[in-house]
Design a protein around this ligand. Structure first.
Ligand SMILES: NC(=O)c1ccc[n+]([C@@H]2O[C@H](COP(=O)([O-])OP(=O)(O)OC[C@H]3O[C@@H](n4cnc5c(N)ncnc54)[C@H](O)[C@@H]3O)[C@@H](O)[C@H]2O)c1
Length: 267
């Protein structure tokens, strides 16, 4: 099969594991030059291992950069390093984010909310801001990883849902602004995708296996999505969806469809 993103330069934030890893892999498989990041310290080992593995396989290549997306100077450095390495940027995938353990609003502090806004939302804004001067030169595109719950809500997760809903709104606002530069801005909203983050959240429940089964049964397809399917959705938006901007591509296995047992009214 022909390479769909050959020699294009792509930045993926938080690509050392999970959905980001799937996106890095698919772009490298399609001939792109990918720069991806994770926080420093213990998180670097996974990034370096993935870099070595994918560079052996090709046909594209990738470079791992240690970068804490909650820090503005780190985000600036990520963009600068990419331009120093490759001279331009064709696509930015904002993916790094976190879902805190579920808890009610009454137990959530303002500081927790602000920290999550900073990582899940402000980092997407800043990476876009610093990459846009380069994306405009290439008529490139931005892909923001939001979440299905940004549209349908989720129990005991108000700050997370708020960050993901805001990503969808910001995507539309930036699509409007950047249309004059022929830069497309879109987002992907995954439902349940089996990743280390999902495993961590399941492990915090009394029965992790039951939590995973329940997670699988949320989809009409009776399973979770995969990292690779997220990568293919991102590649579609970057390479093929040339008449799409400001869209929210649901990658949810139909989780939002049909009636379910949702009432929490105590009887
Ligand atoms: N897994 C799901 O079911 C699901 C569903 C909808 C949306 N999402 C979203 O997809 C994105 C990825 O989620 P995932 O499940 O792959 O999570 P994950 O925890 O498995 O991977 C997260 C990635 O982000 C990186 N990261 C986290 N904090 C960072 C920081 N401060 N600086 C740099 N990198 C950082 C991690 O190193 C890792 O590479 C998130 O934005 C998440 O909200 C996930």
């Amino acid at each position: 099969m022909s390479l769909r993103y050959k020699n294009k330069v792509v930045i993926v934030t938080g690509g050392s594991k999970g959905i980001g890893r799937g996106i890095v892999r698919v772009f490298v498989e399609n001939g792109a030059e990918v720069v991806f990041c994770a926080r420093g310290g213990q998180f670097c080992a996974a990034g370096e291992a993935l870099e070595a593995e994918l560079n052996m396989e090709g046909p594209g290549s990738c470079t791992f950069v240690s970068c804490d997306m909650s820090k503005e100077e780190d985000i600036q450095r990520l963009i600068r390093v990419t331009v120093e390495l490759y001279g331009h940027i064709d696509c930015l995938v904002n993916n790094a984010g976190w879902h805190p353990p579920h808890k009610p609003t009454d137990e959530t502090t303002a500081e927790e909310f602000r920290d999550l806004l900073n990582l899940n939302l402000v980092s997407y804004f800043l990476a876009s801001k610093f990459a846009l001067p380069f994306l405009r030169q290439r008529q490139g595109n931005i892909i923001n990883v939001s979440s299905l719950v940004g549209s349908i809500g989720q129990k005991d997760a108000a700050p997370y849902v708020a960050t993901k809903g805001a990503i969808i709104s910001m995507t539309k606002a930036m699509a409007v602004d950047e249309s004059r530069h022929s830069v497309r801005v879109n987002c992907i909203s995954p439902g349940n995708v089996m990743t280390p983050l999902w495993e961590e959240l399941a492990a915090q429940t009394p029965n992790a296996a039951a939590a995973v089964r329940a997670g699988e049964n949320c989809q009409l397809m009776g399973r979770m999505g995969t990292e690779a399917e997220c990568g293919l959705a991102a590649l579609y938006l970057a390479a093929d969806a040339t008449f799409c901007t400001g869209i929210d591509l649901l990658l949810s296995g139909g989780a939002e469809l049909n009636y379910g047992f949702k009432s929490q009214i105590l009887t």
